[in-house]
Design a protein around this ligand. Structure first.
Ligand code: KIV
Ligand code: ZN
Length: 503
């Protein structure tokens, strides 16, 4: 079977989407998880776009031990230099150069001729090869480009030294039949590398018409060696192809595709959850592979079948992707050893300080809740990883609301051991409490999103609140976890405020 390389661009194309911004710490955490998942390439950012992005690429490059780290650059020397510099600490760096090849983009966006584009490709790829042994070239809007010109552009990149050639369906326009045919034709006509071996042929599909998975799979059948996409399919507009769907399609239908990946399947669920937590966007319940309902059987006839033999209605098992039995519970008498063992069974390796923090949270939760489930533990472990310097800590609060009074909140915070208290009125108790916090911290920002969901089922379920605050062009995500939704809300708000202060 052929091995298909998985190129993850969650930190670059995914992060580019509205509401999906991540801070450098979150990017690093996610990059480490992508390495555990076993992707072949992590595209960490677009260094020339901002100093923050360059720094994030550098930190990811430093942290990953065996995964290729790619950085994006336009086909100009300055971009290549910035990307090469940010990738200096990488064990396996890759420079990823792109330029549009469709006449529409050349004319309307870049205002250059085809000849000029070819010149830029030849120059930038050749220069990149002097800075890095692994260079990928992408023809943006490839699927709407004139075919012969696309081939000329791609061959120009191969002749200049690119070893991976990527065909992006930038606007999600192509259909599976067309994609299969295009890739087969390119496979036939692309030049070979100087050593005579074929280049790695890659596809990068966006999901505007909901065909990104089908298009990527059609490309694989036609000879593509690499698929680019994001976890949970996050990305511009309708998003990129969801990598977990490609990976599980190849695992489930490997015989048909005669292809497999090197992915550690048991890390899939955890990776998808982590992305969802970091960007504060819930995974839709009917999302293929990792949605809450993906392995739930509601209809009696289905339940009956699954009890007799899961294969009746399940083409993959939840355990395969790392969803474990939720019945295995811990309680407050379980002790540290049992807690650590469970954390490890769930696939997490936490450094000492984070483990201590997670255990303290576990004890606090076990005091409030009869049983602590795996989902609770995952939420606790996730929250422990995102702790940033806590300039303000929640000391206590009182909220008062009802149908015949206006809501008020008294909030007391701690800063360097000093107690600070304020009272405020608002449209509901949460609004009042947030206003009280605003009065204490006196930092200008806007609340742009607030969401709450329960981590587990039952009356004593933990609620997770996610808030997004915007200050200028920066959006930060704050999370709070508690069995009390007011407390979870205040913690989430303070977490975001502390992130703004720490920036
Ligand atoms: O969608 C696209 O064309 C891209 C390229 C920069 C690879 O993201
Ligand atoms: Zn893209």
């Amino acid at each position: 079977m052929r091995k298909i390389k998985i190129f993850d661009t969650t930190l670059r194309d995914g992060e580019q989407a509205p509401g999906c911004t991540m801070n450098p710490r979150e990017k690093l955490e996610l990059a480490r998880q992508l390495e555990r998942l076993g992707v072949d390439v992590v595209e960490a950012g677009f260094p020339v776009s901002s100093p923050d992005d360059a720094q994030a690429v550098r930190e990811v490059a430093q942290a990953l031990t065996h995964t290729t780290v790619a950085a994006l650059c336009r086909a100009v020397r300055g971009d290549v230099e910035a990307a090469a510099k940010a990738l200096e600490p990488a064990k396996k760096p890759r420079l990823h150069i792109f330029i549009a090849t469709s006449d529409l983009h050349l004319r309307e966006k870049l205002n250059i001729t085809r000849e000029k584009a070819l010149e830029m490709i030849a120059e930038s790829v050749a220069y990149a090869c002097t800075r890095c042994g692994d260079v990928e070239f992408s023809a943006e809007d490839a699927t709407r480009s004139d075919r012969e010109f696309l081939l000329t552009a791609l061959n120009t990149a191969v002749d200049a030294g690119a070893s991976t050639i990527n065909v992006p369906d930038t606007v999600g326009y192509i259909t599976p039949e067309e994609m299969g045919e295009l890739i087969a034709w390119l496979r036939e006509n692309l030049h070979r590398k100087k050593d005579g071996s074929p280049v790695t042929l890659s596809v990068h599909c966006h999901n505007d018409l909901g065909m990104a998975v089908a298009n990527s799979l059609a490309a694989i059948r036609a000879g593509a060696d690499q698929v680019e996409g994001t976890i949970n399919g996050i990305g511009e507009r309708a998003g990129n192809v969801a990598l977990e769907e490609i990976i599980m399609a190849l695992d489930t239908r490997g015989q048909l595709y005669q292809a497999q990946t090197g992915i550690n399947l048991r890390q899939i669920y955890r990776t998808c959850r982590l992305v969802s937590t970091v960007i504060g966007q819930k995974i839709p319940p009917n999302k293929p592979v990792v949605g809450r309902n993906a392995f739930n059987h509601e209809a009696g006839i289905h339940q009956h079948g699954v009890l007799k033999n899961p294969l009746t209605y399940e083409i993959m098992s939840p355990e395969t992707i790392g969803i474990y039995d939720n019945d295995l519970v811990l309680g407050k008498h379980s002790g540290k050893h049992a807690f650590i063992q469970r954390v490890e069974e769930l696939g997490y390796t936490l450094p000492g300080e984070l483990l201590e923090r997670a255990f303290t949270r576990f004890l606090a939760l076990a005091d409030r809740k009869k049983t602590v489930t795996n989902k609770d533990i995952e939420a606790i472990v996730g929250a422990a990883g995102y702790t940033i310097p806590e300039t303000y800590k929640l000391h206590s609060f009182v909220v008062n609301s009802g149908t015949v009074i206006s809501a008020t909140a008294v909030v007391k915070l701690l800063r360097d051991g000093e107690e600070m208290e304020h009272v405020a009125r608002g449209d509901g108790p949460i609004d009042a409490a947030f206003k009280a916090i605003d009065r204490i911290v006196k930092v200008g920002f806007q609340l742009v999103n607030y969401s709450i969901h329960s981590v587990t089922e039952g009356e004593d379920a933990q609620g997770e609140v996610v808030v997004k605050l915007r200050q200028g062009n920066h959006t930060v995500t704050g999370r709070g976890l508690s069995t009390d939704i007011f407390e979870a809300s205040l913690k989430a708000y303070l977490n975001a405020v502390n992130k703004i202060i720490a920036q």
